[in-house]
Ligand binder design. Structure first.
Ligand SMILES: [Zn+2]
Ligand SMILES: [Zn+2]
Length: 442
């Protein structure tokens, strides 16, 4: 305990001192995170990032179809003289800035849009009917390109390699998983990702160490009975009543079986069956989502959803088949933020924005495929505030009224660049050989 106390005092002193002297994030003492924020606020760079974002906003592409977005990214990287690998995970692009040597630290942006018709009338409204960047992934790509520009301009100050990751299909299809499966990120030892946020104030960021977003899966069940005349129910096997009982029983998984202190969700969001007032249908489809904050609780829910639906079906003489659609929509794991990277973030973002603007976040039941990176390596995910009440309330993400406040871009650009550059400074020269190699040497 004594050691813990004295070391925590020591850390407090360091944190206290760092409030007054900006932490150098490069061996060049002039390159502080504040310097990068000033750099990112230069009108030329702001114009660049905004113009990229608007181009992508006008031409939204859905999961694994981000061909033109990917092409735009590659042509920008070509102009900057940044080397990259393509295609990674269908449309993904992975660029490399710096020495080409270890350590390798990654910055990630997602590229996909949503099947939503944009409601906002403005000059750069989506030109594709029924598709829209309603989650800010256009902003994510633009900010990462802005950061790439800064980092490439300071490549000789990088003490290793920054890997910039543009991934497809965050929205439900697990593009991150596909990227990892290619092995393109095998050398990467840490990764940072951000998400724009409509309910956090501009100039602030929010995150937390440990679990920040839930594990998520979807389920769909086909409940089959025997259709017939609604006035002669004894000749039918009614799947509507069966599905209704199954739905009510599913409510008990969280309310009666889960630990009240272990947050979980089971929501039935889909109920399709029947087309007439006087016909009992042959079958009904129900479906929904389930979420949990630990792998164990998540797998328990998966098992119990299957049991509840199939057994309720048999009570009512129906059959049920359940599909979790994991082939094209993999389960998203819990997004867990690494503690060391959280501390790194606190110092860098605190220097840049002021410690009072680094907000603690309570975990959300939302999910992110960034979780796949966090399973594979130390990872850190944070939210970038965009809200400015004087400019009106921003609609929540996935809304047809969703808008991005482009004034937030310099913060995202500067955070990306500073987090990566300072990580390399801190970890230069550290051996990260795989255990196997170390054992061989022994
Ligand atoms: Zn989204
Ligand atoms: Zn998103």
């Amino acid at each position: 305990m004594g050691v813990g106390l004295s070391s925590s005092k020591f850390i407090s002193v360091i944190l206290f001192l760092s409030l007054f002297s900006p932490t150098p994030i490069s061996s060049n003492p002039l390159l502080t995170s504040k310097y990068f924020l000033d750099y990112a606020k230069k009108s030329e760079l702001v114009k660049y990032v905004v113009s990229i974002r608007r181009k992508i906003h006008e031409n939204p592409e859905l999961a694994f179809e981000e061909f033109e977005t990917s092409e735009l990214i590659r042509s920008e990287l070509d102009k900057m003289g940044i080397e990259y690998k393509y295609p990674i995970g269908v449309t993904g692009v992975v660029g490399f800035i710096g020495s080409g040597e270890a350590p390798f630290v990654a910055l990630r942006a997602d590229m996909d849009a949503l099947p939503i018709q944009e409601n906002v009338e403005w000059e750069h409204k989506s030109r594709i009917l029924g598709k829209m960047h309603a989650c800010g992934h256009d902003a994510h790509v633009a900010m990462l390109l802005g950061a790439a520009k800064i980092l490439q301009g300071h490549r000789n100050d990088l003490k290793g390699t920054v890997v910039i990751v543009f991934q497809p299909a965050e929205e439900g299809y697990g593009g991150a998983k596909k990227m990892l499966e290619t092995g393109a990120l095998d050398k990467v030892e840490a990764i940072f990702g951000l998400h724009v946020s409509t309910d956090k104030h501009i100039g602030t960021v929010a995150s937390r160490p440990g679990p920040i977003l839930a594990a998520s899966g979807l389920f769909e069940a086909l409940i089959s009975g025997k259709g017939g005349h609604a006035a002669i129910p004894q000749h039918s096997i009614d799947p509507i009543v069966t599905a209704s009982n199954a739905i009510v029983s599913l409510q008990h998984l969280v309310s009666r079986e889960a630990d009240p202190l272990d947050s979980q969700v089971v929501t039935v969001a889909k109920f399709k069956g029947g087309a007439s007032f006087n016909v009992i249908p042959d079958s009904v489809t129900i479906g929904g989502t389930f979420r949990a904050f630990s792998r164990e609780s998540f797998l328990q829910l998966e098992q119990r959803i299957t049991e509840v639906i199939t057994r309720q079906a048999s009570v009512h003489r129906c059959n049920a088949t359940i599909n979790f659609h994991v082939d094209d929509k993999p389960f998203y794991p819990v997004t867990v933020n690494n503690k060391d990277l959280y501390e790194h973030f606190q110092v860098v973002a605190g220097d840049m924005l002021g410690v009072e603007n680094i907000k603690d976040m309570i975990p959300l039941m939302g999910a992110e495929d960034f979780a796949f990176y966090a399973e594979a390596m130390p990872a850190f995910f944070y939210y970038l505030g965009m809200q400015n009440i004087t400019k009106g309330q921003l609609a929540a993400s996935h809304s047809p009224d969703y808008r991005v406040n482009e004034d937030a871009f310099p913060y995202g650009v500067a955070l990306h660049a500073s987090l990566a550059m300072s990580y390399l400074l801190k970890h230069q020269g550290e051996s990260k050989l795989p255990d196997v190699l170390l054992h061989d040497e022994l």
